[in-house]
Structures are given as C-alpha cells and as structure tokens.
Design a protein around this ligand. Sequence first.
Ligand code: FAD
Ligand code: SIN
Length: 528
Amino acid sequence: MTDPHKSDVLIIGSGAAGLTAALNLADRFCVTVLAKGGLAEGSTAWAQGGIAAVLEPGDTFDSHIEDTMIAGAGLNDRKTVEFVVENAPRAIERLIELGVPFNKEGGDLHLTREGGHSHRRIVHVNDATGWAVQEALLHAAQAHDNITLVPDMVVVDLATSKHEQRYSGAGNVWGVYAVNRATGRVELFTANATILATGGAGRTYLFSTAPRGATGDGIAMAWRAGCRISNMEMMQFHPTCLYNLDVKNFLITEAVRGEGGQLKIPETGYRFMPDFDPRAELAPRDIVARAIDHEIKRLGLDYVHLDISHMGAEFVTHHFPTIYEKLKGLGIDMTREPIPVVPAQHYTCGGIVIDLDGRTDLPHLYAAGECTESGLHGANRLASNSLLECFVFGEACARHINTHWDDLPPPPPIRPWDESRVADSDEEVVIKQNWTEIRRFMWNYVGIVRTTKRLERAAHRIKLLTGEVEDYYGHFRVTPDLIELRNLLQTSDLIVRSALHRHESRGLHYTLDYPETLPVAVDTVLVP
Ligand code: FAD
Ligand code: SIN
C-alpha cells in the first residue's frame, strides 16, 4: 500500500464530489481521500429527492437551463449552467454503470417533479437517493487499488508555499495539515494537486437539514489561504423540515409537494400557497420558504401542515417509504394526517470561486461540490441540481489534472506542524458556549428575512467572538471541535459580510431595508 501522506492527488471529502473526482483520477494516479468522520457522513448520504437531468422526449436542455436561471434570479453564470445541464444525462449514465438502482416505471427511469422545474426530470431511488449514490461511489472507490480512503482525519488548514522549508512565496497549495482523531496529533499530507470537496456550511444555523459536519471547513480554509469567496449571503432554507422537538433536522423531500402535497394552515386547513405564487407549492424554494415564514409569523404558529394524505395510502407508501417509516416511528401517519413542517437551512449556494475546470485562485488547488461557487446556482439553487454539480465538477477537476499533469510538479519539502508552543485546553466549555451562540444569532439575525440592523448585530458578535476564538486557537492544541468552531465563525463572518454588501433583495437574500431587485445581477465577491 502506498503512503497516504504522499500522493499524486489529495482529495478532502468523501461525498459525491470527492469520490467522483477520485474515481476519474485513479486509473492513472495515486489518490488519497480524507474525511473528517466516517466515509459516509457528509450530506450526500442524506439526499432524498434525487438528481435533475433532461431524460425524456418533450423536455429540453433549454428548459432545464431556463428553470435554473429563473430559480437563481439571474445571478447564475449562463455558461456554467449550460455546461452542467448538458453534462447531466452522461453523469446519470455513469451512476447507472456504477450500479445506482434508480427507480423505473415500465422499463424507463421514473422521473419525479420538484419545485421550480417545468418538467418531470428528477431521477431518484425511492426517497433515499443520496444513500444509494454514496454506497455505489464508496463501493467503487474501495475496490480501486489506487484510491486510499482515510476516515477520521480532520483537516486544519491547507499547506501552502508559506509552509515550504525554503520559503518561496509562490502561493502554491501542496496539501494539508490534519488532526488524526485516534492520536490527536497533526499529520502532513502532500500531493501535486489538492481538491477541496468538503461540502456546505449549514451548521452555522441553529436549525439545518445538514449533517453535524457541515461547518464550512473547506470554505474557511480556502479563504485563509487566499481564495476568493462568492455569494455567501445566498443561504438556502428548505421549506419543509419536520417540526419535532426531539428530531430537529429531518427533511421532508420536495418531491412530496412534487407529487401533490399541499401546504395548509393547521387550524383551518386553508391552502395558502396559491395566495403567494401562481405555481403554488411548486414555486422555487425561496418563495415557498418565505411564504411559510410569513404565515408562521403572521398567525403566531409553531409550524404549518404539509398534507399528501389525499393521494391515498398505496401511492404515499410506494413513493415515500423512508419518510413514511420515519414518521410512523414518531406517531405520524402521513397516509391519513398532515405532517407538521417548518423551514430550515438546507444548502450553501455560495463558496470558493472556481472556473469550469474546478480551478480555484491558487495554483495546484481545485474544488468541487457544495463548498464552491461555480456560477450554477446563482441566488437560489434549483432543487436536485446540487448532486448533479458534484458529479459534473468532480469530473471536471479530474479532467483538468489529467490533461495538465506536466504543469503540476511534486511538492518541495514542507515543514511539519509546530505544536511546541501550545498546551492542552483546560476550558472545553468555551467551545460549546461559542458554538451554540453563533448558531443562535445566525438563525435570529441572518435568517430568511433580514434587516441591516440585524446583520450589524450579528457582525458585532462575530467580531467579539473572533478575538476570543483566535486567542484560544493560538494557545491550545487543536482539536476537531476547535477546528470546526473556528471555521463556523469564519464562515458566519463571510455570510454576514456578503449580506451587508448586497443592497437589494434577490433570490435567497431578502432584506426589508432593500426590498427591490436591482436591474443588473452582480456577484458578491470577497477578496482576502
Ligand atoms: P458532502 O457530501 O457533504 O461531503 C463532504 C465531505 O467533506 C465529507 O466526507 C466530510 O467528512 C469531508 N470534510 C468536511 N470538512 C472536512 C475537514 N475539515 N477535514 C476532512 N474532511 C472534511 N441535493 C440534490 O441534488 N438532491 C437532493 O435530493 C438533495 N437532498 C438533500 C437532502 C438533505 C437532507 C441535505 C442536507 C442535502 C440535500 N441535497 C440534495 C444537497 C446535496 O446532498 C449536497 O449538496 C451534496 O451531497 C454535497 O456533496 P459534497 O460532495 O459537496 O459534500
Ligand atoms: C429534497 O428532496 O427536497 C431535497 C432536494 C434538494 O435539496 O435538491
């Protein structure tokens, strides 16, 4: 077995983006994939609804492109949208080759529908698509001799030219420093090329459908190393997260609305979405989430109802077996009664700026998936375009590395991590306290409806906490929790700064102080 500490290509993240890149590189290169916990603990395994692609007669690339641009409120980069949409059918074919058992009907793929799509174009594996995709990718990666998968390795920072033993100042990225959870020690991993595929930053918010590890690590470390970060104010809130005081982040897939589910006021059963948008429950997510938020605040509710019971028990259990079982365990029979739901943070549309080859601003550093801002999603991601982006850009990074390998020389000697001046922490409570505080003020001040005053309050708190966390980081040995806290805070700072920068309401960024949409759509780009 090759030493994972020295590989040709190093990939941070074992979700859809990271494993797609790995599988497209491994026939020629030695690839190491690091994950900060278990190999299937990212968002990919949690995806429910499916993957969007133009797959049936009557649907067209132009229609998928238009739907993506409309959902994205014109902030999308049209070239990127075309690139992803046109590569979608091939991406689905490859997943089928890897053994993903997409649902079929009468011999053809069954396509479901989600908000913002003007056609049925979502391939899926029941209501647990992500799990099937993660399993197939992981199985293929585990079977490949050239791929070494390393779980429980928490990356602290990128190793750059600053860390060369003979400092060159060239700005190259040569790998990463990561804490081994088993030993608590920081290890150096180097490679000719590094790909960040670290997922989103959903856990910056108190309520999120994303898994525990979605703390924006890749975005924060790319920013610290010198990459531009774009459109971080575009945080997507999913309209329908289960309202349950014990189970805080269980998603009720958009496909429930796609297959006929209706949103209603609990007491009266009044169906309110037609009052907000002619597309009713199938309007893009930002519109549905804001409508629910409006009704909850106007009527002082804890939640609204999502009702699909009128479609009949057989239909519901056939289409949504996972959700049906989960809810049944919580005492809700969705074939007979409505489901209580609230909006929750769901997806990070902004991130590390990349081009169509997945290249970042720094030489030798690529990025793919939810940690990036490729130009696909604009001001609001269209449902089921996210996994698709992971496959298309995972492959794009691999293609560029393959064709430009001669421009990617091996790393020079890099300094090991210096722990000589730090001690073990004696105040773990600081981490817990700050973690909770950040998520709470982000939810209250930087949520679905914003104001400049609330954003400024958040900015003020971030400034206070940054001093405290950096002081702590400088004095104590790094631990996984401390790494995540630092990244959570840094990502929150990027979100708030971007939100304060945008003097209009567009897509997911809605502020009472600037309710109009400006005539020209401009990205928010933060430069380190
Ligand atoms: P992830 O799958 O999140 O993987 C991130 C990886 O990075 C993990 O392996 C993690 O361990 C690793 N990592 C992170 N930080 C570090 C670090 N510091 N050190 C080492 N490793 C690190 N999208 C769709 O298109 N269709 C859907 O139906 C859909 N449903 C969804 C349902 C839910 C509940 C959620 C939360 C999201 C859903 N999404 C859906 C969005 C989609 O799942 C994600 O955007 C996508 O899976 C992200 O994949 P990724 O490869 O970028 O990152
Ligand atoms: C869902 O199933 O509603 C999530 C789909 C997505 O996030 O794209």
